[in-house]
Design a protein around this ligand. Structure first.
Ligand SMILES: [Zn+2]
Length: 250
């Protein structure tokens, strides 16, 4: 049995906590190691039913409609004529776009990683770099974008490489701050693989800085979160940076 027998899910829709932010904590229900398979499957089905339901097409439509009402109010607040041709479909169009930008709320990490955890006696760093990052700043509701680099030192198990990018995508496609996004990606990999350590670096340009505020078009924000050996062993952290990009980090 692997830890994939546990159930990852994210609160969404009517189960979501109050509106102060994304659905935290991320719900990971560890595998039930004691009970019989029958009891386990019962527990899982109850958990999945209560917490992990996929949003129905109807609830998606309801969200679209509610968002569109809000967008219409924004347009009116700007003094716009919401009936003019160019804006007629804008509220609905924006609603659909926003739901796509934040689709990570309804994503299930368990489904994303599927059966892609493998027992492999690989004992050196695994790195996937330059994963595209598109997220939305929760303070201004405008995008920030850049790259995420992920490294981990396995502990007898590895994750299919493309799954690392999928995990990053789940957390990026929510309203975020870059610091928390970086932590969440690292913690998720920690929870799934229990590796010897994880290090995640995010580099992003924030539209709220570029288009307003200090208006620094070239400013890139870098955030790092590390666990395990990448916190305790400087040589391991140095090795990661060297492998990641010797020209930039050495
Ligand atoms: Zn912002």
């Amino acid at each position: 049995m692997t830890d994939l027998d546990g159930v990852w899910c994210f609160l969404s829709g009517s189960n979501a906590p109050p509106s102060h932010g994304p659905p935290y904590p991320t719900m990971y229900h560890p595998p039930q190691r004691g009970p019989s398979p029958t009891k386990r499957s019962l527990q899982r089905s109850v958990t999945e039913k209560s917490l992990c339901h996929e949003p129905s097409a109807q609830s998606q439509k309801a969200k679209e409609a509610k968002l569109a009402v809000g967008v219409r109010m924004i347009l009116e607040s700007l003094g716009e004529d919401v009936e003019r041709e160019g804006l007629l479909q804008t509220p609905e169009r924006y609603a659909r776009a926003m739901l796509f930008f934040t689709k990570g709320y309804s994503d299930n990490i368990g489904e994303k990683i599927n059966d892609a955890v493998f027992d492999v006696a690989h004992n050196d760093i695994v790195i996937v770099r330059d994963i595209d990052l598109f997220s939305m700043c929760e303070h201004h509701l405008v995008p920030f974008m850049g790259k995420i680099h992920i490294g981990y030192l396995p502990n007898g198990r590895v994750l299919g490489l493309s799954k690392l990018a999928r995990i990053a995508e789940v957390f990026a496609r929510r309203l975020q701050i870059q610091e928390r996004l970086t932590q969440e990606v690292a913690r998720a990999i920690d929870d799934i693989l229990h590796p010897q350590g994880v290090i995640v670096i995010a580099e992003a340009t924030h539209m709220c800085m570029v288009m307003r505020g200090i208006q620094k078009t070239g400013a890139v924000t870098t955030t790092v979160h590390s666990t395990g050996v990448f916190m305790t062993d400087q040589r391991m952290e140095d090795r990661f940076h060297t492998l990641l990009n010797p020209r930039r980090f050495s």
